[in-house]
Design a protein around this ligand. Structure first.
Ligand code: ADP
Length: 266
């Protein structure tokens, strides 16, 4: 059995000034290298707060988060953790800060003190890999939502993190942009990266290796998408909707039809 790359033990967290209301309440979780995890839950269930603990943006009030062997609470680990864990947020407009795509790709590396010649090589390679070469001289605001999110993912990947946290990366995008980003998630998996995809979209969650479902700051269900989505009652009580393909498969199976559920990815 592989060692976990992320290990969360007994994590409790309340935001400062919120009367000690626990937003995360005794979360324990292990994530293994190369896994794609969908972190699922209704609005306000604590997904983003948990995601922000996984790269040390937030520090537990109680419990421990260890990422790639580094404990997030220790001041000395902050920069090391930034190198290991990349984070992409919901709105690409808020995370793209540079005037040109090329500068955007350089930005994170400059902050981490990567030598200019290495930076140049990495930008070139990343632009090629992410099909961004023709956009390098463009200002990000000339790109579509999906393209901007691709730049945001590339800007994080260029730092060569082992882990990527994507916090609702498709929620501001049109269907074409969503597809574009989900293709990148599949690519990240092929590259062997560990991916945590925060989402409330069940179709997106169905593409993960494992689903972790939060409700009111607790992990209430975890397992393969197929296993989790078969627990129809629990899922609907959490205010989530089973993906249409999974629902169809479930009904057909219930009626005695033999179907190849792998064709439906569930
Ligand atoms: P989700 O990502 O599942 O929608 P969040 O982690 O964003 O959930 O929020 C969980 C809870 O924490 C919500 O009740 C939200 O109002 C609260 N919360 C989120 N951010 C803050 C903050 N900066 N200060 C105080 N409360 C917050």
């Amino acid at each position: 059995m592989k060692e976990p790359i992320i290990s969360v033990r007994g994590l409790r967290y309340s935001y400062p000034g919120s009367d000690d209301r626990l937003v995360l309440n005794d979360i324990s979780l292990e994530i293994f290298p190369g896994e794609v995890i969908a972190l699922l839950g209704a609005n306000g269930s604590g997904k983003s707060t948990l995601a922000r603990h996984l790269n040390g943006l937030l520090i537990p009030n109680e419990g421990q988060v260890v990422v790639a062997g580094l404990c997030t609470g220790a001041e000395t680990n902050v920069w090391e953790i930034r190198k290991k864990v990349g984070m992409v947020f919901q709105n690409p407009d808020n995370q793209l800060v540079a005037a040109l795509v090329e500068e955007e790709l350089a930005f994170g590396m400059e902050n981490l003190g990567v030598a200019p010649d290495i930076m140049k090589v990495r930008i070139k390679e990343m632009a090629k890999r992410m099909d961004l070469e023709r956009f390098l001289e463009f200002p990000p605001n000339r790109l579509s939502g999906g393209q901007k999110q691709r730049v945001a993912i590339a800007a994080v990947l260029v730092i060569e993190p082992d882990i990527l946290i994507l916090d609702e990366p498709t929620s501001m995008l049109d269907p074409a942009g969503r597809r574009e980003v989900m293709e990148q998630v599949a690519n990240l998996k092929k590259m062997g990266k560990t991916v945590i995809l925060v989402t409330h979209d069940m179709d997106e969650a169905a593409t993960a290796d494992r689903v972790v479902i939060l409700d009111q700051g607790k992990v209430v269900l975890t397992g393969t998408p197929k296993d989790c989505f078969s627990k129809v009652e629990i899922i609907s009580n959490l205010g989530l909707t089973i993906p249409p393909a999974a629902e169809l498969a479930r009904r057909l199976i219930k009626k005695g039809h033999k179907i190849d559920s792998t064709m439906l990815k569930v």
